[in-house]
Write a protein that binds this ligand. Structure first.
Ligand code: NAG
Ligand code: NAG
Length: 335
């Protein structure tokens, strides 16, 4: 008798614990709780969106509200420039409007349209598989819903072919920033006594690529030998011209110590937008790693050399980057 009762108690305990685990699993893990037919039943906001979208889709095409495309990530100026350019290209191709989060670093500094602050409701979120690679699936977005891409969208393939001119026009910096850039350049030139025909920027990004986290992820800072090789290549390539190098870096001391030469001077850092203005005013570009230098080179529109050993082979950073998607085909990779 007593043994029977103990057994029953144990069975009840196991039952209760199992139900508890099942519930936790259903509501904590996307696998079950996010199956649409289940989610509609417990998530009020979700089911309201389902109704909203169904209603929109039932309307004749010319009465539907516009569809939006947006992007979600956290990053700096270069990341934002890449993301906006890619959004622009994809939005054009798929007939959507763009929404830019308030924390974006591009609107207000360039010649890009205002009124991109209508926040899309009920967006379907797509997860980008790799931040510096092209995802062809994004060219055919889900029909009839707003879409937010969670990711960085760092590939020229999203915009370059058809919208290169648009992007360059939109990425004209504000006049006052350009003016500051011209002043900074004038100051730089006043310290150089030699005459030259071509100004070539050397953008060296080092600081945040040196810490342990970045190293473990696979980032590799460019060594002095890369900068020297790239400079020699440029001297050779433009051998009938007098070439002057302008080094810009987040590590002014390192650059001054290692790169100063008769035809090479280091510029003191300015505000990042002013630095970008200066990069775009150079004739040709040498870059190391990162999107800021990338945009300086893209907008300068000259001959460009990039550091091809930016990642340790097989590292996470290596896997996240598709070289052909990220760097322009005509850019030269060097070690
Ligand atoms: C997309 O977002 C806009 C702006 O918030 C909204 O007017 C529209 O109804 C949404 N469309 C869908 C299908 O959810
Ligand atoms: C180099 O760039 C400057 C400033 O943009 C420009 O005025 C000059 O014509 C360029 N030189 C050559 C040889 O392309």
């Amino acid at each position: 008798m007593r043994r029977g009762r103990k057994k029953r108690l144990a069975a009840i305990c196991i039952f209760v614990v199992s139900i508890y685990i099942l519930l936790v699993w259903m509501f904590e893990f996307p696998s079950v709780a996010h199956i649409p037919s289940i989610r509609v039943w417990w998530d009020e906001e979700y089911s309201a969106c389902k109704r909203h979208v169904a209603h929109q889709q039932s309307l004749p095409e010319n009465q539907r509200a516009p569809l939006y495309l947006s992007v979600s990530f956290s990053g700096r100026l270069g990341n934002w420039m890449y993301a906006y350019a890619s959004l622009y290209g994809l939005a054009k191709r798929t007939g959507r409007k763009i929404y830019l989060q308030p924390e974006n670093q591009v609107s207000g500094y360039f010649n890009i349209p205002k009124n991109m602050n209508v926040e899309p409701i009920c967006p379907e979120v797509l997860i980008e598989p790799r931040p510096a690679a092209y995802t062809p699936e994004f060219e055919s977005l889900p029909h009839g819903v707003n879409v937010t891409i969670k990711g960085y969208m760092q590939s020229w393939k999203y915009f370059r072919k058809e919208y290169d001119a648009d992007i360059k026009k939109q990425y004209k910096l504000r006049d006052d920033i350009m003016e500051k850039g011209r002043e900074a350049l004038k100051k730089f030139k006043s310290k150089i006594s030699r005459k030259f025909d071509l100004l070539i920027s050397v953008h060296i990004r080092r600081q945040d690529k040196l810490d342990w986290g970045a190293y473990l992820k696979g980032f590799r800072a460019a060594p002095v030998s890369y900068a020297k090789n790239a400079q020699n290549y440029m001297r050779q390539y433009f051998k009938d011209k007098a070439v002057q190098f302008l080094v810009m870096s987040d590590d002014y001391e390192w650059s001054s110590k290692h790169l100063k030469a008769e035809d090479t001077a280091v510029m003191e850092p300015n505000d990042k937008y002013v630095d970008l203005a200066v990069l775009t005013m150079c004739n040709h570009s040498i870059i190391t790693v990162g999107t800021f230098g990338w945009w300086g080179a893209y907008l300068a529109g000259g001959h460009t050399v990039f550091f091809q050993d930016y990642a340790a082979k097989g590292s996470r950073f290596d896997q996240e980057t598709e070289r052909e998607d990220f760097y322009l085909p005509q850019w030269i990779g060097m070690s």
